[in-house]
Design a binder for this molecule. Sequence first.
Ligand SMILES: [Zn+2]
Length: 492
Amino acid sequence: MRDHFEVRNGDAAGRIGRLSVPRAGVTVETPALMPVVNPNIRTISPSRIESAFGAEILITNSYIVHSTDDLRERALETGLHDLLGFDGAIVTDSGSFQLAEYGDIDVTTREILEFQREIGADVGTPVDVPTPPDVSRERAERELATTERALSDAESVDTGEMLVNAPVQGSTYPDLRETAGRSAYATDLDVFPVGAVVPLMNSYRYAEMIDVVAGSKRGLGRDAPVHLFGAGHPMMFALAVAAGCDLFDSAAYAIYARDDRYLTVRGTEHLEDLEYLPCSCAVCTKHSPDDLRERPDEERERRLAEHNLHVSFAEIRRVKQAIRSGNLLELVESRARSHPAMLDGYRALLDHAEQLEREDPASKGSFFYLSGESAQRPEVHRHHERVTRLDPDGTVLLTEGGIPSGDTYDAAWRVVPPFGPFPRALSETYPLTGEVPARTDRHAQEAAASGVARVVEANPETSFVLAHDDWPASALSRVPNRVETELVHDGR
Ligand SMILES: [Zn+2]
């Protein structure tokens, strides 16, 4: 049990959590966004990130501080909080990124963790190896062994009250990520970054990103706070939270602003292409695109960075509210409509519906069927599980219509796509209270047919008649042969 992280409300595998950071004396509500602050380049000052954006936590790179004489001396003298001018929690990265980029760095895990503790970091990071996607399995395994040694070295360092990250690597091999998650979770370290996913996100490989997260989550316990390292685009926050990520870091807000890129929850726009600013933040209500384009470079970059941060924090708040309202998957579904690669990410998430189902609360606000993907949601899987536990006798009518007059059945159950059959008495229970379109589709009918099959298989002694509203062959082929089928009639 990790007592510094408390999971509260949940939706799918997403959750509202409270991460206690003892050294900073703060409790950070998750999902949380950590803006990345480069100690050398302050596009927006950390104190402004705190006061104007409400950031409770940020991340900076201790390797840059360590290898820059002036910064190192000031950090050792006055501490990192003073150096940056930030009172919240400060996470420090170790230089692993530099290791991956340049092949070599001149600090060990012990040295960098001791340095992080000395300068007053609140969450430190060992020197792991961020193995990129698509490498050979042999390399992924070899580098993972090095990362695991770094975690074991980190356990032996006296880090005091500082929390310590235990990165989860394993490239694009979900089983290695699971192994890595399990061994990271077995350490006494505190926060679990899923590493080296930036190349996946940069090339819009959201489906593989989800498989990597799902693999890592299988190895980690439910009380492990998970940081999706390098994930800073607001477009994918809802998706990643639904997969079980709690912390995000954004360098994107500043890097994108530097080349005039404007973040939205539906993707990235280039300032030169914009006729309007589709946002209600302070920057976008005070300026027109023309106005911004005419500003001096430094001011334009700062204003774009402010907008980018606003839109990112707003999306985190929207995600949190969706968890509280129990409609996170509806939000994921609408974000999935912004880009085909996001739709792939959502479909990949639904491939893990059974894994999500284990964390998803049994009852939520309401279920909205919004697309064929909704038919694969964990709530549908759970309903199928639940309904197989009932044992109706005799001859049972399963019907999409009403109960026929002169009814000779022992029971008549309703059938509602995508859920399938259920006794009428359950009609007012979640998710059967969900809203489904009057114009149903093949995916919903196929899922309902799978529900029929589950009930029929669970009750071999019972006879079933299915009255369906003209289901296609792809749905009817899922219904066991021993079920008598007929069409529901008009005026039902
Ligand atoms: Zn804006």
